[in-house]
Write a protein that binds this ligand. Structure first.
Ligand SMILES: [Mn+2]
Length: 320
């Protein structure tokens, strides 16, 4: 099982407060939104006021429907306390920062590189999601999640783990949490549909177009494709589904890394890089002035697709 302990100071912070602003990072994801809304619901059940706050924008299709439940200009009262979820600094909350600055602050996060600042800190990098930590918090408060809270928490667990695809050896804790949330009323089937369904036909056609242009290098270890300005004109930014695109390209036998170049304007491109295991694509991205993680990174570059593609393929020579 797990030895994650909910800090006593966090329980006290919650018990002694009556009005809470529950904030998350800008450009929220499912984990952020699910944690915030479930915690607000729990605080309401405890007879406390809790306001979900986010600077937005709610760009990811699976969370768009939650946007209306959040405010970006929360009221600030003398007795307000702030809980920041899924990030460790006020700066990451974006335009919320001036509204919550200087108030008593608790942090609940699971990012390994985080350097949290706050009066109370619950940082647990071994946790697959902040929603998992939120479940532990609910249980430590002596409660069990309602069906609606369980659905929100399970949603965040699924988005942060790529519906459990990123869970590796030692991941039993993730399924332990999942089991408790399903017992409390969450449905894996409905959650999967909510995350992966609801796409436009145009977005599937765009995926097909980009896939059909894929070229293979280094005996199939590197796959490269691109999206040009005409695509963006025809399908718009909403039509993009990067996660599914990378998933499909990374499923090819023998592939180790994937690059997708997008012409964003007549003079600039963005490049997304992904790898399966051994290749550190963040080292490639850094060479082009970008950054990210070992398995997922990117950068922005001046110029057009063709010359950039040549340079990018050369950069992979050392690692493939
Ligand atoms: Mn998260």
């Amino acid at each position: 099982m797990t030895n994650i302990q909910v800090p006593q100071s966090l329980l006290t912070f919650i018990r002694e407060g009556s009005k809470f602003l529950i904030a998350g990072h800008k450009e929220p994801d499912g984990d952020c939104v699910g944690s915030q809304l479930a915690l607000c619901s729990v605080l309401n059940r405890l007879g406390k006021q809790a306001i979900p706050c986010s600077a937005g924008p709610f760009k990811r299709p699976e969370i768009v429907s939650y946007a209306e439940g959040f405010t970006s200009t929360p009221p600030r009262e003398p007795e307000s306390r702030v809980i920041v979820m899924d990030c460790s600094s006020l700066e990451r909350t974006g335009d919320l920062e001036p509204y919550i600055m200087g108030l008593p602050l608790a942090i609940i996060d699971h990012h390994a590189a985080a350097k949290p600042t706050g009066d109370v800190i619950f940082l647990e990098p071994t946790s697959p999601s902040v929603t998992a930590l939120t479940l532990l918090l609910i249980e430590a408060l002596g409660l069990t999640p309602t069906k609606e809270e369980a659905e929100l928490l399970f949603f965040g667990l699924c988005t942060d783990t790529g519906f459990f695809r990123h869970v590796d050896y030692g991941g039993a804790f993730t399924f332990d949490i999942a089991s408790r949330l399903i017992s409390a009323g969450a449905s894996p089937k409905r959650t999967f549909q909510k995350i992966n369904g609801g796409k436009s036909l145009e977005s599937r056609i765009l995926l097909g177009l980009i896939l059909s242009r894929t070229e293979s290098y280094y005996h199939g270890k590197l796959l490269v494709s691109y999206e040009n300005l005409e695509d963006t004109e025809r399908f718009g930014l909403q039509g993009r589904d990067s996660d599914m695109l990378y998933q499909l390209l990374l499923s090819v036998a023998g592939v180790e890394a994937v690059a997708v170049i997008r012409q964003e304007s007549p003079t600039s491109c963005t490049v997304g890089l992904r790898s399966i295991d051994k290749v550190d694509v963040s080292a490639i991205a850094v060479q082009f002035g970008g950054g990210g993680h070992k398995q997922a990174s990117g950068f922005t570059a001046q110029g057009t697709i063709a010359p950039l593609k040549e340079r990018l393929i050369r950069a992979f020579a050392e690692v493939l």
